[in-house]
Design a protein around this ligand. Structure first.
Ligand code: ADE
Ligand code: ZN
Length: 329
């Protein structure tokens, strides 16, 4: 079997997906109309033309603007169901979904509205397609630690629905150290810590995520490659990296997919996984991320199998379901 045929049909997991980043322009226009909110673009085509990013911040500005049309529980439900529909079509059998409560609470939307809408879709996806999922509540790092503490407090009534906390948004100038106290408190509350690090920021931020936030996974982590002793540590600790190839090229962190370091990461013994990050903005869902890497990097069937195995191995699934899914590969 070719690696491309294999990846299209095999059951797989996604570990790095922002639900707000799965907001397709068509659904955005539909919800905007329903909520009578004006979008500063004449048409879906015009909006899509704006998806040209020079860096992470260019993207974030458009991503937060797009999220402004999400008002009601039903909107968060529709957004999440649309993502699960893609999972069902691609045989993604488990997904770990990040959501950014502050993107919504800052606009006066209640935490409960956001999480209840997402939760309703999770339950439906599990019963309709057997897709398991869990939630990673991500703190926006361009905001203050105090703001993150507020978010932590708001999450506590819904603790049973949230597995992990993450750290996303503008990386440069907002190091993990800024959030050490709120991560300590989040772990005490029972959440698993993860963080975006080394996407645009330096290898130092990955050290901080490991040492100060005690993360269980690094989101992206590409810039570890500039620091050989960091690579050694990540390999020795079997620390997974949730790599997002199409995101890296869309945000100009990697110039072309043929220069993506995914294969090099595997060669070094790093526990890389493939993920889509913000598929509505970066040109492809999970399978497309694999297919583009297979073609551009000439990944072997063994390498693709390793990546798929990693997606389950480094998930936060209970051991029983994890082993059950790995056994199906
Ligand atoms: N929020 C959504 N996508 C992100 C990314 N790639 N990096 C940081 N924050 C994000
Ligand atoms: Zn991300």
């Amino acid at each position: 079997m070719t690696p491309a045929d294999y990846i299209k049909q095999v059951p797989k997991a996604e570990l790095h997906l922002h639900i707000e980043g799965s907001f397709e322009p068509e659904l955005m226009f539909q919800i905007a109309q329903r909520n009578k909110i004006a979008i500063p673009y004449e048409s879906i085509e015009e909006l899509k033309k704006a998806y040209q990013f020079g860096n992470l911040q260019d993207f974030l500005d458009i991503y937060y603007a797009g999220a402004n049309v999400l008002i009601h529980e039903e909107d968060f439900y529709d957004l999440t169901m649309a993502y699960f529909q893609h999972c069902a079509e691609e045989n993604v059998v488990h997904t770990e979904i990040m959501f950014d409560p502050q993107t919504h609470t800052k606009r006066g939307i209640a935490f409960s509205t956001v999480i209840n809408g997402i939760q309703k879709a999770r339950v439906e996806a599990e019963s309709k397609w057997g897709i398991s999922s869990l939630l990673i509540m991500s703190y926006l790092r361009h905001l203050s630690e105090e703001d993150a503490f507020d978010t932590l407090a708001q999450s506590l009534p819904y603790k049973h629905l949230i597995k992990a906390v993450g750290l996303d948004s503008s990386e440069k100038g907002n190091p993990p150290s800024k959030f050490q106290k709120v991560f300590d408190a989040s772990v005490k509350a029972g959440y698993i810590p993860v963080a975006h690090a080394g996407e645009e920021g330096p290898a130092d931020y990955i050290w901080e995520a490991l040492d100060l936030l005690q993360v269980a996974r690094i989101d992206h982590g590409n810039n570890c490659l500039s620091d050989i002793s960091l690579v050694d540590r990540l390999v020795n600790e079997k620390m997974a990296l949730t790599v997002c190839p199409l995101s890296n090229t869309a945000l100009r962190n990697v110039d072309e997919i043929k220069n993506h370091p995914l294969k090099k990461m595997l060669d070094l013994g790093l526990k890389a996984t493939v993920n889509s990050d913000d598929p509505a903005y970066f040109g492809g869902y999970l399978t497309q991320n694999y297919l583009d890497c297979i073609e551009a990097l000439d990944l072997t069937l063994e390498e693709v199998k390793q990546l798929v195995r990693n997606s389950f191995e480094y998930s936060f699934l209970p051991e029983g379901r994890k082993q059950e899914l790995i056994a199906q590969l």
